[in-house]
Ligand binder design. Structure first.
Ligand code: ADP
Ligand code: TRP
Length: 323
């Protein structure tokens, strides 16, 4: 089974991204053949500064490697290093009805938010379909918001196969377990767009400051409290081991503690939890050639597969002599 997913290089990962997505992607490298790429062609729709887009792409690569993506197990590459995908995208676009894309929620949302309407935003799901189909991917792990795009991909691939014969493998989405909806510093879902996030690789001092400012209620200290409904406890429980969690939960139920102490414990637990990835990131940063080499090797492997699939599609639809 081949697993594939793309990560947009649009910002640095926060705690929510780690527990809700990246951790689960990385775990899959031990189960299946995994392909992960930095979706820089998709990001081109929103980042219009070349220096920034390139830097973001390298940062995302470093983040994934530091967080445990192992290039010996998984294939990691930049989307734009596989030009076959863009060519396949055009082939798919020719058979994609406008209506299919007009129904896409993510496009409608972006329009509603007043983002400039570029054609790339509209045709985005076709590029995503090409990403998936180019590698004969079987499983595509994504957040719930992306599930519709995998359905679109299946529609596009199904229509092509119906017209030209069995060329593409139909993928299945695997919606990530988001039961661990990570709360942000205001108690709402942590998100880049709400300004309530703490980054995985944020400077320790700044992360600590944000933790100390996490919103709490004003019940008296001595009152017993239910840990399960408290966002500070929920955050702490993501980082702590079972014993520490139990001790903290008991303290909540007894009452007579201050939120300040919980925050200090949370800041420390998060620092310990991310200490190794931080160290690995520093090492990777000091060896940029090694990182470029990983991307180069990843792209070589990805291109070999994508050119095989592109060839199949070209032969089927008459762009190359049939076999
Ligand atoms: P943001 O809301 O910060 O823009 P993205 O939409 O880029 O985050 O999310 C990338 C991935 O991280 C998605 O798969 C999403 O489900 C996951 N994710 C983001 N925020 C959280 C959160 N607070 N809790 C759990 N998962 C999250
Ligand atoms: N659209 C995805 C996102 O915004 C990123 C992405 C691009 C992707 N191509 C993909 C995800 C292919 C899965 C498969 O998060």
């Amino acid at each position: 089974m081949r697993v594939l997913s793309g990560i947009q290089p649009t910002g640095r990962p926060h705690w929510g991204n780690w527990f809700g997505a990246i951790q689960q992607y990385i775990a899959l490298q031990d189960e299946d053949e995994a392909y992960y790429f930095v979706a820089n062609l998709h990001a081109l729709n929103t980042i219009r500064d070349g220096t920034q887009l390139y830097q973001n792409s390298i940062d995302t690569t470093l983040d994934m490697l530091a967080l445990g993506l192992d290039p010996e197990k998984a294939t990691l590459f930049l989307q734009s290093d596989v030009p076959e995908v863009s060519e396949l995208c055009w082939i798919l676009m020719s058979g994609t009805p406008m209506g299919l894309l007009e129904r896409c929620v993510s496009y409608k949302d972006k329009i509603a938010k007043g983002l400039p309407v570029v054609t790339g935003l509209f045709t985005y799901p076709v590029l995503q379909a090409a990403d998936i189909l180019a590698y004969d991917s079987n499983i595509v792990p994504v957040g719930a918001d992306q599930k519709q795009h995998i359905e679109v991909c299946r529609d596009i691939a199904g229509a092509f196969n119906h017209q030209y014969g069995e060329v593409f493998v139909l993928p299945e989405s695997r919606v990530l377990d988001s039961s661990a909806k990570v709360p942000g510093t205001d108690g709402e879902k942590m998100s880049k767009s709400y300004g309530n996030f703490i980054e995985v690789f944020e400077a320790e001092k700044s992360a600590r400051k944000k933790v100390m400012r996490i919103a709490t209620d004003s019940r008296p200290m001595e009152d017993p409290k239910d840990p399960e409904t408290d966002h500070l406890y929920r955050l702490f429980s993501l980082f702590a081991d079972d014993d520490a969690k139990k001790e903290m939960a008991d303290m909540y139920r007894k009452g007579g503690f201050g939120y300040g102490d919980v925050k200090k414990a949370l800041a420390q637990a998060a620092e310990d939890y991310f200490a190794q990835p931080r160290e690995r990131r520093r090492e990777l940063e000091s060896n940029p050639d090694h990182v470029l080499e990983i991307l180069h090797e990843g792209a070589k492997k990805a291109r070999a597969k994508a050119s095989e699939v592109l060839r199949r599609a070209q032969e089927a639809c008459g762009l190359k002599a049939p076999k």
